[in-house]
Ligand binder design. Structure first.
Ligand code: G3H
Length: 271
C-alpha cells in the first residue's frame, strides 16, 4: 500500500505512456533515455509509482536493450497483439514475440483499435486471453464515444464492453488485469473528463469486477483513466479513490511533462 500526501492508495499507482504511432526506434531510445534521466534526477521511487511506456512495435527491441543495459526500472509493453499464436497472419504480432522481448504489458482494445480497425468485443476477448497465454499482462481499454456520453448510457456501454472482453477469465487472471477507462471524446481533444467522471466510471468498473470475480479480485485490479491527461490535471484525477493510474497519450511524448505526471504526488494539495 502506498500513502500519498493526500490519501491512501490501495494499489501501486501506475503511470503509462502510450506513444501511439510516434517515435521511430532512434527517437524512441532518446525519449526513454531522457525520461529515465529526469526521473533519476528526481530520485523517483519506481516501487512507489510504477512507470510503463508503450512504444511502436519497431521500437521494442531497442527499448529492451536500453532497459536491460542501463538497468532501468521502467516497464514497457506493446500497443496491440494478435489473438493468434503463430501462422499466416500477415502484419500481426504474437504475444509470444512480445514475451520474448520482455514486454510486461500489452494494450488491448484501445479506442483507436476499436474504431479505426473495427476490433469487435469477441476479438478483444480473444486478445486478452492470448496475452495471458503468453505471460503478458493486458491493459484492457474500455470507454464510450461522445454520442453515448450525451445519451447518458456511458456506464452501461462501458460495462458491456468490460463484461464481453473479460469473459472466460479465471479469478487469478482477472486479478492481474489492468483496465483503462478512456472516454473517446476526451482523447487527443484537450477535453478532459473531470476527476468525478473518472471516479464514477472506475467505481462502476470495480463494482462490476466484484460481481464477476468477487471483492478480493476486484480490489487488486488497477484502474486507469486516459484522455488528455497532463501534469496539471493528473494529480486531481489520481486523487480519486478508485483511480489507480493514468494512460497518457500526447503528453507522454514530452519527457519532462511525462516525468511530472509520474511525480503527481508532488502536485497533490494537502487539505
Ligand atoms: O492512450 C492514451 C489515450 O488515448 C489518451 O491520449 P491523449 O492523452 O493524447 O488524449
Amino acid at each position: 500500500m502506498t500513502t500519498s500526501t493526500n490519501g491512501t492508495f490501495d494499489r501501486t499507482p501506475f503511470i503509462a505512456g502510450n506513444w501511439k504511432m510516434n517515435m521511430d526506434h532512434v527517437q524512441g531510445i532518446t525519449l526513454l533515455q531522457k525520461l529515465a534521466w529526469t526521473l533519476s534526477d528526481a530520485k523517483h521511487d519506481y516501487n512507489r509509482v510504477e512507470v510503463a511506456v508503450f512504444p511502436p512495435f519497431t521500437d521494442l527491441r531497442g527499448v529492451q536493450t536500453l532497459v536491460q543495459g542501463d538497468e532501468l526500472d521502467v516497464a514497457y509493453g506493446a500497443q496491440d497483439l494478435s489473438q493468434f499464436d503463430s501462422g499466416a497472419y500477415t502484419g500481426d504480432i504474437s504475444g509470444q514475440f512480445l514475451n520474448k522481448l520482455g514486454c510486461k504489458y500489452v494494450l488491448v482494445g484501445h479506442s483507436e483499435r476499436r474504431t479505426i480497425h473495427n476490433e469487435s468485443d469477441d476479438v478483444l476477448n480473444a486478445k486478452v486471453k492470448a496475452a495471458f497465454r503468453h505471460g503478458v499482462t493486458p491493459v484492457l481499454c474500455v470507454g464510450e464515444g461522445l454520442e453515448i456520453r450525451q445519451a447518458g448510457t456511458h456506464v452501461q456501454h462501458t460495462l458491456d464492453q468490460l463484461r464481453a472482453n473479460v469473459e472466460g477469465l479465471g479469478a487469478e487472471q482477472a486479478a492481474e488485469l489492468v483496465v483503462a477507462y478512456e472516454p473517446v471524446w476526451a482523447i487527443g481533444t484537450g477535453e478532459v473528463a473531470g476527476p468525478e467522471d473518472a471516479q464514477e466510471m472506475c467505481a462502476a468498473i470495480r463494482a462490476e469486477l466484484t460481481e464477476l470475480f468477487g471483492a478480493d479480485v476486484a480490489a487488486k485490479v488497477r484502474l486507469l483513466y486516459g484522455g488528455s491527461v497532463k501534469a496539471n490535471n493528473a494529480a486531481a484525477i489520481l486523487n480519486e479513490r478508485d483511480v489507480d493510474g493514468v494512460l497518457v497519450g500526447g503528453a507522454s511524448l514530452d519527457p519532462a511533462e511525462f516525468a511530472n505526471i509520474v511525480r503527481f504526488e508532488s502536485h497533490l494539495v494537502t487539505d
